[in-house]
Each structure stands twice: as structure tokens, then as C-alpha cells.
Design a binder for this molecule. Structure first.
Ligand code: GAP
Length: 497
């Protein structure tokens, strides 16, 4: 079955996953609101991310930096000068396009994204406005940061930027955090939250947004210990397709490799870079993404961000968009700590054996909305003409549905009793009193609830209920007193099929 983006968007709208923000006024492209089911799923993704990358580890510290900070931060980080896209405008209808997307959609591959090369590619391939066929302007640079003003006066002096990444909050607080928690290298600082980018052409439903959520780790290592990763055994056997820049240039296919093999081949800039690529792949698989739908693609020199020495994108195969980036794993070296030290005068370096040095930084950066889209895409199946969203229970909007077979007081009272019992055990429950069991099953299958408890006539004879499994429609009968234990087992031992 092939899934289209509109299948996903229709389900998202109909079942309250996601809506265009301010839709009653027509909305603005690139801004979406998450509804109860969508936010339920997104919160679960973020909670699991936090557990996997922060709480379950002893070497990563979580923080929450402000969205708006001193604009000097963005000058030092290079974003004021370098965080740009190349834009072209239609001379006739005035629509604006990101040059890279325009070329990609016209099937033109270029490896050099300099202004001159983009200009030549547009001219030589006679590319016209995709909306009206008009002539396109000369390409020009466009800074992606969204500006705001702080204070009573609105002029140049009050300009601030909505953060386009969270990373800088981790770099500017590096010294404070390492001093306060007494962290020793290697260690990481992590955070998640909203970021803002003035994308020229937001598209692909929630794929390219102007306000979106990212989750990032800045992991600091000793530059003299780059290939000394005591945790490497955690990832060395993880298998994934890897596409090096050399293979891309020579138009070769990506190769299936283990992270260990790829490191030994010298594909990664260092061992910690390989480690974090492996951990990111491991987490994505653990929340329900099939390994065959993931690949690591190395950035070509011309694609690298201004701060990166080497970057791998983790790409997911969206059946309706092709291979697209959902996570970036960059080696930022000491670029940021050095720049902030130079500009602020604050010493963001460490000392070892009397010698000063800047730690290097490996940065895994996860686009949460894109991961959400990937998870929904992966889970979307159709059974007997009805949608079944086979979400991993860890990222389902609710753990379990509670359904009384009949809409009668004693059935409703028992359902409420079980509901309270399971909530006390910290299960996110969904209760449906309609008594229309067939319809209720169809709804909960569509929003991805993995298990449903049904209260039927037998419940009043022996205090048992049935648990129905979303993926197989199989049912088991169980004592009410055993429910919490069984559900916990089912949730954590779930195997994706
Ligand atoms: N601090 C590094 C950084 O921000 P990035 O590759 O620019 O790196 C991180 O962004 C992730 O955010 C990407 O891997 C992608 O998944 C997601 N992302 C980037 N631009 C996006 C957009 N306009 N809409 C939704 N997600 C986006």
C-alpha cells in the first residue's frame, strides 16, 4: 500500500493530531498547532528522548535555556552572517522560492551550493517560476532568523532573534554548568524546545516548518581523546546504511555497515562522532522506525554548516517525499566555545596539566516534528478498509482504552473503577462510554492505542476483563487485579511486527 502525504494530513486533521495554527483566520504557512492526540504522541516522543539521552545516563545534564537571548550570542555563533538560504523571486507573480528546493524539484543535482553555481544552474537549465512560469530573479542571500523587538522602543537597538537552534544556550552556559555540577569530560548538555526559522517556502505538511521543536545534545570531549570512547561497545554492532560523501560523488549506492566497521574504515571524524550516530539510530529504532527506512548520509563539503567539520544526516525514507533528513549529527569541534570566548571575554576553556584547551563538541540534533511525521508514516496501515496506526506503545497517545460493553450504570461504574485504578498506576487511559464496541475499536485503532480493556457480562461473575491487541485483534482474559502488571509487561516487551 502506498501512503500519500494527504492520507497522513487527513488523518491528522480528522482525529485531532495537528491543525493549521489560526486556521479560522486562514493560518500562516509553516505554523501548526498540535491537538490532544498529536500532542499526546509528541509528548511521549520527547519523554522517551529525555529518558534515553538524559535520565538513563550519568554523563548528560538537562537544561532549559531561554528562547530569546542577547543578540550578541547570534553574532558570535556566526548565525547573523552565515545562517542563510539562497532565494529567488518570480518577476511576474512575486512568489519566492528556496533555490535549493527549486533545483531539487526540477531534478537538477548540484554539489556546489555557492551563489555562482546556483545562479548558473538556474540559468543553464532554464528554470522558471513553478507557479506561473515567469522569469526568476538573480538569486540572493536570505537570513533565516526571525527578528523581534524587546523593550519600549522599536528600532535597530531593540532587535532580538528568536533562537534558530538551542545549541547556543548550551555553549554560553558551558562554564557555569560544568562548574556547578562538577562535570568532567566527556559530558553532555541536553535540551529540547521550540526554535524558529523564517523558511522561504515551508512545505510537506509538518516537514518544513517555521516554528518547530528540536532536541539537542552538545557532547563535550577532550580533543586529545577523540578516539577514546569507553562506551563504544554499546553501538559497534548496530547496522545501518551509510552513504559517504565519496560514494555520493561517485554516484555509488549507500552501503550497509555496522557502526564499528564504519569507524574502522575511517568514515567518521572521530570515535565519539560514530558513537552518537549509533545512539541516535538505536533510539529511532526503539520507538518504532524500521532500520531499513533509515540511512546515514554524510554532508558534502558544500553542504556543511558554517560551524561543522563533518556532519551526518540521519535520513528517513518517507514514501511520499523520498529520503529526507530527520536528525543531524555534527562535529562542531571547538568552533562555538572559541567564538564565544573571543567575543565575550569569558573563558570557556578548561585546563589540564597546566595547559588550556577547548573541548570539542559532537552534536546530535533531532527534529522532533519530522520524527513525529516519520513515526506516523511508519505506523500507518490499512486493515479491512480501516486505518490502524501501529504505534510503538512507548509513543502511543494513550497506554490503554477502557470500554464498557454496554452503556448501563453497572458497566460504566466498573469501567470508572478500573480507570481510576490504572491512573493511580500512572497509565494514560482513554475511556469510551458509548457502548458501541465496534465503533470504539475502530477509533482507538485509528489513533494508535495499543491495548483495549473490555468490561463484559463475565466481569461481574469473576472480576475478569479482556485485553484486546490493536495489531492482531487477539484477546486474552485476565483478572482485574493482574491488569497493571500485565499492561506494563506488554508495553515494555512490545515487539514491532
Ligand atoms: N543545532 C544544529 C541544528 O539546528 P539542523 O540540521 O539545522 O541542526 C536540526 O536542525 C534538525 O531539525 C534537522 O535534522 C531536522 O530534522 C529539523 N529541522 C530543520 N529545519 C526544519 C524545519 N524547517 N522544519 C522542521 N524541522 C526542521
Amino acid at each position: 500500500m502506498s501512503i500519500s502525504l494527504s492520507d497522513i494530513a487527513n488523518l491528522a486533521k480528522r482525529r485531532g493530531f495537528i491543525f493549521l495554527s489560526g486556521e479560522i483566520y486562514g493560518g500562516i504557512a509553516g505554523f501548526y498547532d498540535y491537538g490532544p492526540i498529536g500532542f499526546g504522541i509528541k509528548r511521549r516522543i520527547l519523554d522517551d528522548w529525555w529518558w534515553f539521552f538524559v535520565s538513563s545516563r550519568d554523563d548528560v545534564y538537562g537544561i532549559s535555556p531561554a528562547i530569546i537571548t542577547s543578540p550578541k550570542v547570534w553574532v558570535a555563533s556566526g548565525h547573523v552572517d552565515e545562517f542563510i538560504d539562497i532565494l529567488v523571486e518570480c518577476a511576474r507573480c512575486k512568489s519566492r522560492f528556496k533555490a535549493e528546493t527549486l533545483l531539487e524539484e526540477a531534478g537538477i543535482k548540484i554539489q556546489d551550493f555557492s551563489m555562482e553555481s546556483v545562479k548558473n544552474a538556474i540559468k543553464n537549465n532554464n528554470i522558471k517560476c513553478p507557479k506561473c512560469g515567469g522569469e526568476l530573479s538573480e538569486p540572493r542571500c536570505f537570513n533565516l532568523m526571525i527578528e523581534a523587538h524587546v523593550g519600549a522602543v522599536k528600532d535597530e537597538s531593540s532587535v532580538v532573534y528568536l533562537r534558530p537552534e538551542i545549541a547556543q544556550g548550551m555553549f554560553t552556559n558551558f562554564k557555569l554548568i560544568s562548574a556547578i555540577v562538577g562535570a568532567r569530560l566527556p559530558f553532555g548538555i541536553a535540551s529540547y524546545g521550540k526554535v524558529f526559522r523564517n523558511e522561504i517556502s515551508p512545505r510537506g505538511f509538518i516537514f518544513r516548518l517555521r516554528e518547530f521543536e528540536i532536541a539537542e545534545i552538545e557532547y563535550f570531549i577532550d580533543p586529545n581523546e577523540q578516539n577514546n570512547c569507553a562506551l563504544f561497545s554499546e553501538v559497534e554492532n548496530i547496522e545501518v546504511k551509510i552513504w559517504t560523501k565519496e560514494e555520493q560523488k561517485r554516484e555509488l549506492e549507500p552501503k550497509e555497515r555496522t557502526i564499528g566497521e564504519a569507524f574502522n574504515e575511517g568514515i567518521f571524524s572521530n570515535m565519539w562522532h560514530a558513537y552518537w550516530a549509533g545512539k541516535a539510530v538505536e533510539w529511532l529504532i526503539s520507538i518504532g522506525i524500521k532500520p531499513e527506512h533509515l540511512r546515514l548520509r554524510e554532508h558534502l563539503e558544500t553542504e556543511l554548516a558554517h560551524y561543522a567539520k563533518q556532519t551526518f544526516d540521519i535520513e528517513y525514507y518517507f514514501p511520499y517525499l523520498g529520503w529526507k533528513e530527520i536528525v543531524g549529527i555534527a562535529n562542531r569541534t571547538d568552533y562555538d566555545l572559541r567564538r564565544h570566548t573571543n567575543m565575550s571575554g569569558e573563558k570557556l576553556y578548561l585546563t589540564k596539566n597546566g595547559k588550556e584547551f577547548y573541548p570539542y563538541c559532537i552534536e546530535p540534533s533531532f527534529g522532533i516534528d519530522r520524527i513525529f511525521l516519520a513515526i506516523i508514516t511508519e505506523a500507518y496501515t490499512v486493515r479491512d478498509g480501516k486505518i490502524v496506526l501501529r504505534l510503538h506503545p512507548k509513543v502511543a497517545p494513550y497506554d490503554v482504552a477502557i470500554l464498557p460493553l454496554l452503556k448501563k450504570p453497572k458497566f460504566i461504574a466498573k469501567a470508572k473503577e478500573i480507570n481510576t485504578m490504572l491512573k493511580l498506576e500512572r497509565f494514560a487511559t482513554y475511556i469510551d462510554f458509548s457502548g458501541k464496541i465496534g465503533k470504539a475499536y475502530a477509533k482507538i485503532d485509528e489513533i494508535g492505542i495499543p491495548f483495549a480493556i473490555t468490561i463484559d457480562h463475565k466481569t461481574f461473575e469473576d472480576n475478569t476483563v479482556t485485553i484486546r491487541f490493536r495489531d492482531t485483534k487477539n484477546q486474552i482474559r485476565i483478572q482485574v487485579s493482574e491488569l497493571a502488571k500485565k499492561l506494563r509487561e506488554l508495553k515494555y516487551n512490545y515487539i514491532m511486527q
